[in-house]
Design a protein around this ligand. Structure first.
Ligand code: PLP
Length: 469
């Protein structure tokens, strides 16, 4: 590909992206293809001779695009959002063009220094106190893994990495039954073992672990020869927004000298609005906090903000310094690859910089406040409809509901059928969860481009589809 061609196709791709975004309202949100349908269009073997950009681009539009679910769609109400605000898309285009590896300060000083500044901007935006340092991880799962490894090493006096866990006393970690599956996987990967993840049942409408049960479990484990290492607390759990009482949990962590990690992967973005910070009151006492600007805030995936109180503990757990990576004679520099499991790192701070400069905190706050208000409005409509019931009330912009099944029809089956009908209809996209053992349909409003009409219009689509069942 020569320079002219590179220019032409880069422009075409940029134009395509803008047209694509403009066309989203006319597309079904969830891909409407059957399993294997896309694979069947792809050649079985790689080409020996290239056949050029024109053909590749044409086949992309014809064969690949129909198999895409449109995450930037204004009526995407499934899972949690993965917002890529236009300004962050443009920043990613610049990053893609430079394609730098930002593992060490010297492999791109601007990337490291901007990352330090952006994490401090985000810290201030969330109202976290000074004293937290930050790093961008690829995902909240990676941040939580890093936190679990740090808990383990701190509790074992830094012997785990050296000796392995076989001859050390078993480490225990505590969480509620509402935490994300990334906690389970972190426990597996850290070699701690699923049986040493102690799940404290939740109580109350916030679905918070009971602090008394938490403390009792820690005391019992200590007596039984386990080494309690840390607590993973949840703010805005993925299923229905389960949120622990961080103040109470932090108090227990302090009393037992346990590490406290707060997972606010989704809800953290809302903390740019002071009126929502009561949901994580006490967070300033945590040892680490993770939230995903790549979810609600609008920084294109991947971009997970990981704040830590003692970066030296994280670095002591994860840093490895072979000769070929040493950076000589530079005092006070940060090599962020020492703060994470992967060595290679993309330049992720640039999209945060663009995002915050272009929309400003006020712009982003307005978006989040709208989503929360519209979601409550929709929940209100569903609540007064006798054919539906609200299962869990809105936590920020997330709530769950159920359609009343006709007599003799299993309610779980009925609601899964309704969900399938809604997603086949294509105008909106929703997902399911289980609450107290029963299927509930999740709704969250969070798309960057969504409007009040989009959110409230979901009611008509849901009613329509239920009527047609
Ligand atoms: C989405 C989510 C995660 C996982 O985020 P990744 O960045 O995809 O790893 C973890 N915890 C909660 C509460 C989440 O909502």
């Amino acid at each position: 590909m020569d320079e002219d061609e590179f220019r032409r196709w880069s422009r075409r791709a940029a134009d395509w992206g803008v047209d694509y975004r403009a066309s989203l309202r006319d597309r079904p949100v969830r891909a409407q293809t059957k399993p294997g349908e896309i694979a069947a269009t792809i050649a079985a073997a790689p080409p020996e001779r290239g056949d050029g950009m024109e053909a590749a681009f044409r086949d992309f539009e014809a064969d690949i695009l129909p198999g895409m679910t449109h995450w930037q769609h204004p009526r995407f109400f499934a899972y949690f959002p993965a917002n890529a605000a236009p300004a962050s898309v443009v920043a990613e285009q610049l990053v893609t063009a430079m394609a730098a590896q930002c593992m060490l300060w010297q492999t791109s000083p601007a990337a490291t220094e901007l990352e330090t500044k952006m994490l401090d901007w985000l810290r201030q935006a969330l109202g976290l106190p000074e004293g937290f340092s930050g790093v961008i991880q690829d995902s909240a799962s990676s941040a939580t893994l890093a936190a679990v490894l740090t808990m383990r090493e701190r509790a074992l006096a830094w012997r785990g990495n050296v000796e392995g866990l076989a001859n050390l006393p078993p480490v225990r970690i505590y969480c509620s039954d509402q935490v994300h599956t990334s906690v389970d996987r972190a426990i597996w990967v850290a070699g701690i073992g699923a049986q040493n993840l102690v799940r404290i049942p939740v109580t109350g409408h916030m679905r918070a672990m009971d602090p008394k049960d938490l403390e009792a479990a820690i005391r019992a484990d200590t007596q039984d020869g386990f080494v309690p290492a840390g607590i993973v607390a949840s703010v805005g759990g993925t299923s229905v927004g389960g949120t622990d009482d961080i103040e109470a949990v932090a108090e227990i962590a302090r009393r037992h000298r346990l590490y406290l990690h707060v997972d606010a992967a989704w809800a953290g973005s809302a903390m740019i609005c002071p009126e929502f910070r009561h949901f994580w009151a006490g967070v300033e006492q945590a040892d680490s906090v993770v939230f995903n600007p790549h979810k609600w805030l609008g920084a294109q995936f991947d971009c997970s903000a990981h704040f830590v109180r003692a970066p030296e503990d994280l670095v002591r757990t994860l840093a490895i310094r072979p000769d070929y990576l040493l950076t000589h004679g530079r005092d006070g520099i940060i090599n962020y690859s020492e703060w994470s499991v992967p060595l290679g790192r993309r330049f992720r701070a640039l999209k945060i910089w663009f995002l915050l400069r272009v929309y400003g905190l006020e712009g982003l706050r307005a978006m989040i406040r709208n989503h929360v208000a519209w979601s409550a409005e929709l929940a209100g409509r569903i609540e007064v409809d006798p054919d539906f019931e609200i299962v869990t009330r809105p936590m920020l912009s997330l709530f769950t509901f159920r359609h009343r099944a006709p007599a003799g029809v299993d309610a779980d089956r009925h609601n899964l059928d309704l969900l399938e009908a809604i997603n086949d209809d294509g105008r909106i996209y929703l997902t399911q969860t289980r609450v107290d053992g029963h299927v509930a349909i999740r709704f969250q409003a969070g798309s960057f481009e969504t409007t009040r009409d989009d959110v409230l219009g979901a009611y008509d689509v849901i009613r329509d589809c239920a009527g047609r069942l």
